[in-house]
Design a protein around this ligand. Structure first.
Ligand code: SF4
Length: 334
């Protein structure tokens, strides 16, 4: 059974000028021991997808359709309290800035033992021993001493390891990591990626790794979902998407896989910008930027279609497609 199933997830933001659809029929699954990368430019919907899964969607955002299942059980309709319990116990989360997850007034040991005792029935002594073991597992040297230090006494990379230990405290089945390496320097990024991979393999946990950094995706993930304008543009095994992306947008992203020391928010290889939510064009949302667009792309919205080892929302892979060699006359293609 999959750890996570997201089916046709729709997230909307009602506003004075109408309702904006920020996620539109997003679907994917993550199996035990698997790392799924969720990638895309800023505003593509990747963090919203993560926030929907962990039940921390900021109002007025709301889940307006679809289903989210954790180990087969629906969690998208749970109340705040039930979701809070699941978030601590069965879903661990890691964010870009470790300081948002750590309280500066308490030692890391106090925070870890509290998290452990909230979710697991352990006495104080056993909880502390477990906290030390977790710090050790996440690569904190001299964990038995450092457990009594405050967050500010750790470096950025070490703090992120503490946050990972905190996320693991209740032995979650799913870890949602949103840009966990972005604030870290390159060598530390690689260590955190290796740590997530090890946790995933050894514990059988599923990891959803949200990032705009294709280098991290290529390094860390088993499969990748590429989001564009709130929809999945392509999903498949990471090696196939990186080497032979079937969707022109995904192909552009993969061509931008940088040296590990650069992480462009805006991609030099794809002209133009992703449309705002209130300006999503009809047909394929990518068509104004797509060098392979043809007439059908401007009229009909493609669903995910099997394309070799991956699935891509692109008419180039439809059996009945018109010839991509006859572009629509209204399109000013590069
Ligand atoms: Fe390009 Fe058309 Fe494919 Fe969209 S559907 S990515 S516009 S070829």
């Amino acid at each position: 059974m999959n750890i996570l199933d997201v089916e046709d997830l729709v997230v909307e933001f009602p506003g004075r000028h109408g309702t904006l659809r920020a996620l539109d029929a997003v679907s994917f699954s993550i199996a035990p021991g698997e790392i799924l990368g969720v990638v895309g430019e800023s505003g593509a919907g990747k963090s919203l997808t993560g926030a929907s899964i962990i039940g921390l969607l900021e109002p007025p955002g709301r889940i307006a359709g679809g289903r989210i299942r954790l180990q087969g059980e629906r969690i998208d309709q749970l109340d705040h309290e039930a979701m809070r319990h699941i978030r601590g116990r069965r879903i661990g989360s890691i964010f870009q800035d470790p300081l948002t997850s750590l309280n500066p007034l308490f030692t890391v040991g106090q925070q870890l033992t509290e998290a452990i005792r909230t979710h697991l029935r352990l006495d104080a002594r056993k909880a502390r021993a477990r906290a030390i073991a977790l710090l050790d597992e996440t690569g904190i040297p001299a964990a038995a001493q450092r457990i009594d230090h405050f967050p500010h006494q750790f470096s950025g990379g070490m703090r992120q390891r503490v946050v990972i230990a905190l996320a693991l405290a209740a032995e979650p089945v799913l870890i949602v990591a949103d840009e966990p390496t972005t604030a870290l320097d390159v060598s530390v990024q690689a260590q955190i990626v290796a740590l997530l991979q090890r946790i995933c393999r050894e514990r059988g946990a599923a990891v959803m790794l949200i990032t705009h950094d294709m280098g991290v995706i290529a390094e860390a993930c088993d499969r990748v979902a590429v989001l564009y304008a709130g929809r999945v543009a392509e999903i498949g095994p990471v090696h196939d998407v990186v080497r032979h992306a079937a969707h022109p947008y995904a192909a552009g992203l993969m061509a931008s896989i940088p040296d590990m020391d650069s992480s462009p928010e805006r991609l030099a290889q794809i002209d133009g910008a992703m449309p705002r939510l209130n300006r999503i064009p009809p047909g394929c949302a990518f068509h104004p930027r797509c060098g392979q667009a043809f007439a059908r792309c401007t009229r009909e919205r493609p669903e995910l279609i099997a394309a070799g080892a991956t699935h891509a929302a692109c008419w180039l892979h439809a059996r009945t497609t018109a010839s991509p060699l006859s572009p629509h006359p209204s399109l000013a293609l590069p």
